[in-house]
Design a protein around this ligand. Structure first.
Ligand code: DGT
Length: 153
């Protein structure tokens, strides 16, 4: 830099701030310990990947409310939201998310995908056979760790 240049430069970047979303997902198990997953539509962002049901928090919602609403919208069933399983910060190329995963219990009824995408019940060990969004890696690790060392409550 030229001699005498100021030590602090004004911020002139035109970069837009990266959008942030709070995302809540439901990790619902059946009586056999299998977990409910669904496939994202092929034409959506992260299309064709498998995911836990859930979505973005809307203004004024608690995390549990988001979780119940998303499962209701996507699968037509009610869930009871249990304990927090993981919280993951993840940056995708054009936005970042804070992903909250909660244990959930289906409160009756058979889940049916509103979008017509496949849903599946899978054992935690078998989650490795499905391609998930990167943000889910720590959620899946937490689930598999619980299988090896079950929590009593
Ligand atoms: P929308 O509702 O038009 O904004 O569409 P999407 O597909 O962006 O929406 P949504 O509500 O499923 O948002 C969830 C965001 O979080 C999405 O950017 C993908 C990301 N994500 C990462 N892992 C998961 C996961 O396991 N489940 C869900 N639902 N989303 C995940």
């Amino acid at each position: 830099y030229a001699e005498g240049a100021p030590e602090r430069y004004p911020v002139t970047s035109k970069a837009k701030p990266v959008p942030h979303h709070t995302v809540v997902v439901a990790v619902a198990a059946d009586g056999a310990g299998r977990l409910l997953i669904q496939r994202r539509p092929e034409d959506a962002m992260l299309g064709g990947l498998w995911e836990f049901p859930g979505g973005k928090q809307e203004p004024g919602e608690t995390l549990a409310e988001t979780c119940r609403r998303e499962v209701r919208e996507e699968l037509g069933v009610e869930v009871e939201v249990g304990r927090a399983l993981a919280r993951v910060e993840h940056a995708y190329s054009h936005f970042r998310i804070t992903l909250h995963a909660f244990r959930c219990r289906l409160a009756g009824g058979e889940p049916v995908s509103a979008s017509g995408e496949p849903i599946r019940w899978v054992q935690p060990e078998s989650l490795d056979d499905y391609a998930f969004p990167r943000a889910n890696r720590r959620v899946i690790e937490a689930l598999q760790a619980e299988v090896r060392q079950p929590r009593l409550l």
